[in-house]
Design a protein around this ligand. Structure first.
Ligand code: NDP
Ligand code: 8X3
Length: 254
C-alpha cells in the first residue's frame, strides 16, 4: 500500500486530495494546523490516516515530523505541498507588508521545509513524487496579486529546478496550477469577509477542490517513466486577460 503526505489537509484541495487517495486505497499523512479537522478525517478512515498537527512555516517542527513518522506511514511515496494562502487584494503600494511575510513564509518557505525534509527519504528509495500547488497567479499578473502571484511563480521555478537536481533518479516533480476555485481560500484572503468572498463566485462556476484532487491522482498514477511537469487548470468561465495601456495623466500618489 502506498502513502501520501499532504500539507493543508484540513480544508479545500488538501482535504479533497486526501479523500481521493483514500478512495484509491492509499494511506494518508494529513498535516495542518486545525487538529480537530484532521482527527475527524482519521476517525472517518480508521487506520488509514495519520493526523499531524503541523505549521509548515516552522522548519524544526517540519524536520521533526518527517523524522518521527511511525511505520507504516514513514515510507512516503508522494508529498503534496498544498498548504498555502493569499492575504489581501490591495495593490503593493498600500497593502499590509506583514501579509507578505506570512505568504512568503507559508507558500515559499513551507514548501522548501517539507521538500527538503522528504527528499533524502525519496532519493534513498530512488522513488517518490513531489506535487506542488502553484497557481495561475504565478503566470498571469493581476492587480493585488503582487506577492501571492510571486510566491506561485517561485513554486513553478523551484519545481523546474528540482527536476534538474533529481535528474538521474526516479523521483518525479509536478506543479499543479489551478485558476478560480471555491474553497476557504477566498475567505482567508479577505480576512473573514464572507459576503465579499461570495461575490467572487457569484454567477460563475468555479473549479471544485475535487477537480484538482483528480488531477493530482492522475499525475501520480501515470506509469513510473512519465513525469507530468505542469498542469494549468481553469474553469470554463475563466480566461487569462490581455495587457492594458494606461492613457492620460498618471494616478495621484496613494
Ligand atoms: P484552503 O484555505 O481551503 O486550504 C488551505 C490549507 O492550507 C488549509 O488546510 C490550511 O490548514 C493549510 N495551511 C495554511 N497555512 C498553513 C500553515 N502555516 N501550516 C500548515 N498548513 C497551513 O485553500 P485551498 O484548498 O484553495 O488552497 C490550497 C492550495 O491551493 C494553496 O497553496 C493555494 O495557494 C492553492 N491554490 C488555490 C486556489 C483557489 O482559488 N482556491 C487556486 C490556485 C491555487 P490549517 O489552517 O488547518 O493549517
Ligand atoms: C488562486 C487563483 O486567480 O485567485 O491561486 O490568484 S487567483
Amino acid at each position: 500500500m502506498s502513502t501520501i503526505f499532504i500539507t493543508g489537509a484540513s480544508s479545500g484541495i488538501g482535504r479533497a486530495t486526501a479523500e481521493r487517495f483514500l478512495e484509491g486505497k492509499w494511506r494518508v499523512v494529513a498535516a495542518g494546523r486545525r487538529e480537530e479537522r484532521l482527527r475527524a478525517l482519521a476517525e472517518k478512515h480508521p487506520g488509514m490516516v495519520l493526523p499531524l498537527t503541523l505549521d509548515v512555516r516552522d522548519k524544526d517542527a517540519v524536520n521533526a515530523a518527517f523524522a518521527s513518522l511511525p511505520a507504516p506511514f514513514d515510507a512516503i511515496d508522494a508529498l503534496v505541498n498544498n498548504a498555502g494562502l493569499a492575504l489581501g487584494v490591495e495593490p503593493a503600494q498600500v497593502c499590509n507588508p506583514d501579509d507578505w511575510n506570512v505568504m512568503v513564509d507559508t507558500n515559499i518557505k513551507g514548501v522548501l521545509h517539507c521538500t527538503r525534509a522528504v527528499l533524502p527519504l525519496m532519493t534513498a528509495r530512488n522513488a517518490g513524487h513531489i506535487i506542488n500547488l502553484g497557481s495561475i497567479a504565478g503566470s498571469y499578473a493581476y492587480v493585488g496579486g503582487n506577492v501571492y502571484g510571486a510566491t506561485k511563480a517561485f513554486v513553478e521555478q523551484f519545481s523546474r529546478n528540482l527536476r534538474c537536481d533529481l535528474h538521474g533518479t526516479n523521483v518525479r516533480v509536478t506543479n499543479i496550477e489551478p485558476g478560480l476555485l471555491e474553497t476557504e481560500f477566498t475567505l482567508v484572503r479577505l480576512k473573514g469577509n464572507a459576503e465579499k468572498a461570495a461575490e467572487l463566485y457569484e454567477g460563475a462556476e468555479p473549479l471544485h477542490p475535487e477537480d484538482i484532487a483528480e488531477c493530482i491522482w492522475w499525475a501520480v498514477n501515470r506509469p513510473p517513466h512519465v513525469n507530468i511537469c505542469r498542469i494549468e487548470v481553469m474553469p470554463v468561465c475563466q480566461r487569462n486577460g490581455a495587457t492594458e495601456v494606461w492613457r492620460g495623466a498618471p494616478k495621484k500618489p496613494a
